[in-house]
Design a protein around this ligand. Sequence first.
Ligand code: F6R
Length: 261
Amino acid sequence: MEIIITPNPETAGRLAAGYLASLVKRNSRAVLGLATGSTPLPVYRELVRLHKEDGLDFSQATSFNLDEYVGLAADHPASYHAFMQENLFSQVNFQPGHNHLPDGQATDIPAHCEAYEDAIRQAGGIDVQILGIGTDGHIGFNEPISSLASRTRIKTLTAQTRQDNARFFSSPEDVPQHVITMGIGTIMDARSIVLLASGEGKAEAIAAMVEGPVTANVPASVLQMHPVVKVIIDEAAAGQLRRREYYRHVFEHKPEWQRWA
Ligand code: F6R
């Protein structure tokens, strides 16, 4: 893992967006794995800026999102379809049909999940997967004790995650109980991974992910087994890392990272 500690979430977002942008410039047909929630917003703001001001071109690129709430229509304001439309897709130039999210209203969920996996394979696999992390260590919506080999499927959210996400809904009871999420095995198949986190509330999960044992109790800890993972976090989220001075030293002595700034 490479740990990059930044002064604030905006800098983290710019670094992550720079990484995605360089990938799309090198390979116009890049396949991007995208996340929702508060954490990736600075990444999407910067990608929109790069598109509008520098002509970053998404016309040949494809995207697959991690997850969607079961039962929400694509036009429900709290759906992840709506989130992605508002924060990225409507502001850049992906071709229609190139943005994929699980369908929260699929009638045959197992068949839909299998088709989602097939679509990722057909697209050639994900080049870079953006991830946030839950306060309970989830990635995607793979809650604690999810199989580390799991594929796209339906999951039940923990009470903690429903509470964490209640801010996107008019009342906490409206947060759906179930989601369709890429599995941990699906995420691990991505060729590279960028995980972002900000704020003190994520510090414990980040420390467990980076410095704890690999365990299904902290699903993000499986990323220790992936060869290309960049963890971009702010000072607050880095607050419980025992070796943070070492990580800082490594980053500061890596000239190629400076190109992202
Ligand atoms: C979102 C997702 C989740 C979030 C995580 C953190 O697509 O898969 O794992 O990344 O719950 O959410 P925020 O960023 O809102 O703190």
